[in-house]
Design a protein around this ligand. Sequence first.
Ligand code: IPD
Ligand code: CA
Ligand code: CA
Ligand code: CA
Length: 258
Amino acid sequence: MDLHRYLQTALEAAFLAQGIHQYYQAKGFTQSSKSTPTDLVTQADQETEAAIRELITSRFPDHVVLGEEQGQDREGAFRWIVDPLDGTVNYAHGFPFYAVSIGLEAQGEVVLGVVLDTARGDLFTATKGGGAYLNGRPIRVSERRELLGSLLATGFSYDVHKDPENVTYFQRALAKGLMVRRPGAAALDLAYVAAGRLDGFWEVKLNPWDVAAGWRILLEAGGQVTGLEGEAYRLGQRYLVATNGLIHQELLDTLHGR
Ligand code: IPD
Ligand code: CA
Ligand code: CA
Ligand code: CA
């Protein structure tokens, strides 16, 4: 498998995305809503996905793309999992915490991840077995061992008002006096745990495109990603808990109300 060539393509796609994000951020953009009034999609989301698809399929015609805005139309051994703009609500408000997220799955395993913060320019990359990097420098998860004093993040799905399970988890964390942020871009939340900027992150109902790239980056940085019972994580499952590994059990206990 030519991981190096795939990584080069992922990087090209990420910088292409950055150009589009910045263009519309400066020029203004149209927007509409999808599943709920707060579930926004902008011209930047749509054009970015179209551009990334075109690049990937022109390079690798037999590869499949799963993207948030256009879905996936066939099966294949190589699948690119793309969130063209993670943090759309932030983007639409000019709150500079959003990214493009590009993962590559080969035979069912994510082998490469690129997350680019297109406002700030932070570039997180990883390939399976090759370590994780921020702007070309190796990164590792934090060494914090206790949950109290850790900096945590979570996020809420657009239908949280109808499915408020994570509100309960959020309350349990706050009731213990923990420090929790809601930055608003899951791919960056995962990358921040990888870089030791956060110690842990959890969310309910993330989609594969939110997670694929950041998951690989976090694993390569020495982190741990599981479901709510501590079981191995699988893309598309309801619960994701991601930490530096050292506070993992304590975070699981907290979410469970223990
Ligand atoms: C959303 C963001 C947000 C998370 C939501 C996601 P989008 O992705 O990652 O942080 O809480 O669950 O849907 O819609 O901005 O790509
Ligand atoms: Ca997303
Ligand atoms: Ca998105
Ligand atoms: Ca979205």
